[in-house]
Design a protein around this ligand. Structure first.
Ligand code: ZN
Length: 322
């Protein structure tokens, strides 16, 4: 894919933070700013913040800015420039691109945040040069992006690829999407906490269980992982379950798409207890024998700014969607 000259402005809007930065065609962030989203103040306020950030950053350089790449946590229609639905921000259909172009004088491209993270890893991280590549982000939810034969797979309606909503347990916990037992309900941060909470009353031999009320107020994945390292039996069960569910989902995806590589990002993937040889072993036990051991799964290298850089890449690389 041919590189373009000039800088791009990448903006990644999350439920908690807005990250914005000037990115060059090597994926380097030349200048960045992070501010709280304050989503409770409404869409108009958040858009005004994005406008101010964009104007400030673009005025700070003499170089040509090709455009703004805006990553939103939900469904977008890039062709028409609309946010379609961002449940996390409580945004419905909004004419985002038109507003921002008018306010900044720059053309705007929209992308789903998980797809932005995928592009960031694909162009500048561990997915570089890999024709079929999958990125998974394990955080508050489970985000995913797929590069299929060098094209970003967004599907017919632009909402692909939602691996987090593939059902793993049909009679499982209700998911925000309306189904039950989605992958996200099992291996996201809140999913891990919920499974741990359900065991608090049942495992009195666990120090972790004794340290929390039956409601598990204040329990976090980090506390669970630390307890696992300290040999706690409850934490061990929760971590083993997490690896099991993670492996089932990854094996499904490997069998479906035969990617060369998969990156795992987000807070949960930071834990060594999760990114371990046991995970790889279980994945390999679940995939077709012919592809056993052939797919590399690694920790995402782009990390915190992956979405920002990926959003900017919309202007720095030619990207086809499928
Ligand atoms: Zn779901």
């Amino acid at each position: 894919m041919k590189k373009k000259n000039g800088l791009a402005l990448g903006v990644d809007v999350g439920g908690t933070r807005i990250k914005a930065g000037l990115v060059d065609n090597e994926g380097r962030i030349l200048k960045s700013q992070v501010i709280p989203t304050q989503r409770e103040k409404g869409a108009e306020y958040v858009l005004k913040q994005i406008e101010n950030l964009s104007n400030e950053l673009s005025k700070s350089t003499a170089e040509k800015i090709l455009g703004v790449g805006l990553a939103l946590p939900g469904e977008v229609d890039n062709q028409r420039g609309y946010c379609l639905y961002c449940p996390n921000l409580k945004w419905g259909k909004l004419e985002v691109s038109k507003y921002l172009t008018k306010a900044t004088g720059l053309p705007v491209k929209l992308v789903n945040d998980a797809n932005a993270a995928c592009l960031g890893e694909y162009f500048y991280g561990g997915g570089k040069g890999v024709p079929t590549f999958l990125s998974i982000t394990l955080g508050t939810g489970v985000g995913s992006g797929l590069i299929l034969a060098q094209r970003l797979c967004t599907g017919r309606f632009g909402s692909g690829v939602e691996a987090g909503h593939m059902v793993i347990e049909p009679n499982g916990y209700p998911c925000a999407c309306g189904r039950r037992g989605c992958w996200e309900t099992l291996v996201s941060g809140p999913g891990i906490i919920r499974r741990a909470k359900a065991k608090l009353k049942k495992m009195s031999e666990s120090k972790l269980a004794r340290g929390f009320s039956p409601e598990g107020q204040g329990l976090t994945p980090e506390i669970i992982f630390q307890a696992f390292r300290d040999g706690d039996p409850l934490a061990r069960v929760v971590v083993e379950e997490t690896i099991f569910y993670l492996a089932v989902g990854l094996a499904n995806l490997i069998n479906l798409f035969n990617p060369y590589k998969i990156s795992l990002g987000g807070g949960v993937a930071e834990a060594e207890e999760i990114m371990c040889s046991q995970l790889m072993e279980q994945v390999n036990n679940n995939v077709f024998p012919t592809i056993r051991g052939k797919v590399e799964i690694f920790k995402a290298r782009q990390g915190y700014y992956g979405g920002l850089v990926g959003a900017a890449s919309l202007w720095l690389h030619k990207i086809e969607t499928i």
